[in-house]
Design a protein around this ligand. Structure first.
Ligand code: PLP
Length: 460
């Protein structure tokens, strides 16, 4: 089997060897015997085995070739098996595989320099973490120490990670299980398609969502508020773009009250949205930017907190009470340097922006016209969502919030049979391919989605 327009091997040819498929079978059996998976009831799981990958393509346990519209969990921004990143990791492993965080190291120093170069002028320092959740934990700790205040505001329909504070920041149904007194207040986001404020258009949505946030901050006490944390473009919760003026309004609110603005770019950063960081679409400068995933395409775990000079100054004379054994691990840092350099040299961020505008946007708009179940399509760069509904007029979602209807799983299974792996979340399909995916590959992927969306149409 195997389908595709690019990547290694023609359809049906040059797939993984029989030995690789056999090893994949064994991996699956051992997985079911011994591996505990994230966010799942363990017994009912049937995880897809991945035995190989290259560029925008992966091979499943049976050797089928699939176009990876997920970038895994939206992290392989430079695609799978990028030779420059692999080479950098190998070279670093031979030179100096690991070193403790208290020592200076060339890979880490260069990664910090490159990352701060991509951010606003007054963001000049990076605290490296192992991933996105711990980046947000440390960002909030820094904001609390900087302001001497405790409360933090985060949005419903957000995702900030699975550790203690991060899961409390997260504004989705998974938060409930671990909710406790973490000093977090939640606000309703600006989400024009499903406005919580009865807004008729984006301008009204921005204005009303800002008034709501402003009221909450006042009622909870601006003088006790350390930080507001927001994804520039919320990802896991639906890739919904903030209406014009919204993020500027949040920035102004923070400025008025000395509140630290933390922009979580863990998913939206490093080119995903067609700019190095998604907040750059909206003309704001955060005090802190958190990142992970695309920083090195997830080849070696890495995240970080990039802070401006004012936050940094708080810890110039006073010790920062926090640290991680693997902060700025040389293998991860070398992978970051290579990934950022490759993205620059190969124009991946520009490719994401252009193909988002010229290929993905118009083709998804056509799906919306054709399919009664497609309520909304939205996105920018290589960061898109299709939202499925029972009724276009009422916008009743195909599933209520927090649930996934059976038809969504059927739809993804059919897409896989046809050689495409999309990401599914509740009533949405997310399209987040590597940033160097070609127009031809995207057209193939969206054509398959077009065909399988008939299943959703039939279900309504
Ligand atoms: N923040 C955002 C916006 C994310 O999308 C994620 C992961 O999906 C996280 C934080 C958590 O990152 P990690 O899983 O690396 O801890």
């Amino acid at each position: 089997a195997g389908t595709g327009t690019d990547g290694r091997g023609a359809p049906g040819e040059a797939g993984p060897s029989a030995a690789a498929i056999e090893a994949g079978r064994r991996a699956y059996e051992l997985d079911r015997s011994h591996v505990f998976h994230s966010w799942s009831a363990q017994e009912s799981l049937t995880p897809m085995t991945v035995i190989d990958a290259e560029g925008s393509w992966i091979w499943d346990g049976e050797g089928n070739k699939l176009l990876d519209l997920t970038s895994q969990l939206v992290f392989t921004n430079a695609g799978h098996k990028h030779p420059k990143i692999i080479e950098a990791i190998k070279a670093q492993a031979e030179k100096l595989c690991t070193v403790a965080p208290q020592h200076a190291n060339d890979a880490r120093s260069e990664a910090a320099r490159l990352i701060t170069e991509l951010l606003p002028d007054d963001i000049n320092h990076v605290f490296f973490t192992n991933g996105g959740a711990d980046a947000n934990e440390h960002a909030v700790r820094m904001a609390r120490l900087h302001t001497g205040r405790r409360k933090v505001f985060s949005a419903y329909r957000s995702y900030h990670g699975g550790t203690h504070l991060a899961v409390n920041l997260t504004g989705d149904p998974r938060r409930i299980a671990s909710d406790d007194d973490a000093g977090v207040e939640h606000f309703l986001p600006a989400y024009t398609y499903r406005s919580y404020f009865n807004a008729a258009d984006e301008a009204q949505e921005a204005e009303r969502a800002l008034n709501h946030l402003r009221d909450l901050v006042m009622l909870e006490g601006a003088g006790q508020t350390a930080a507001i944390i927001l994804e520039a473009i919320p990802g896991t919760a639906g890739i919904y773009l903030p209406p014009p003026g919204y993020l500027q309004g949040v920035r102004e609110l923070c400025d008025e009250h000395g509140i630290v603005l933390i922009i979580d770019e863990v998913m939206s950063g490093f080119g995903r949205a067609g700019k190095w960081f998604a907040h750059q679409h909206y003309g704001i400068e955060p005090d802190i930017v958190t990142f992970a995933k695309g920083v090195n395409s997830g080849y070696v775990p890495m995240g970080g907190v990039a802070m401006d000079d004012a936050i940094y100054a708080t810890f110039a004379e006073r010790a920062y009470p926090g640290g991680l054994t693997y902060s700025g691990h040389p293998l991860a840092a070398a992978a970051a340097v290579a990934a950022i350099s490759a993205m620059r040299e190969e124009g991946m961020v520009e490719n994401a922006l252009t193909l988002g505008e010229e290929v993905i946007g118009p083709r998804l708009a056509a799906l919306k016209d054709r399919h009664p179940s497609v309520g909304d399509v939205r996105g920018v760069g290589m960061f898109w969502a299709i939202e499925l509904v029972k009724d276009k007029e009422t916008r009743e979602p195909l599933a209520s919030y927090g649930q996934t209807p059976a038809v969504m799983s059927e739809l993804v299974a059919e897409a896989r049979r046809r050689g495409v792996l999309p990401f599914m979340n509740m009533n949405r399909l997310h399209i987040c391919p590597p940033l160097n995916t070609t127009a031809e590959e995207l057209i193939f992927g969206i054509d398959v989605l077009d065909a399988v969306l008939d299943l959703a149409d039939e279900s309504i």
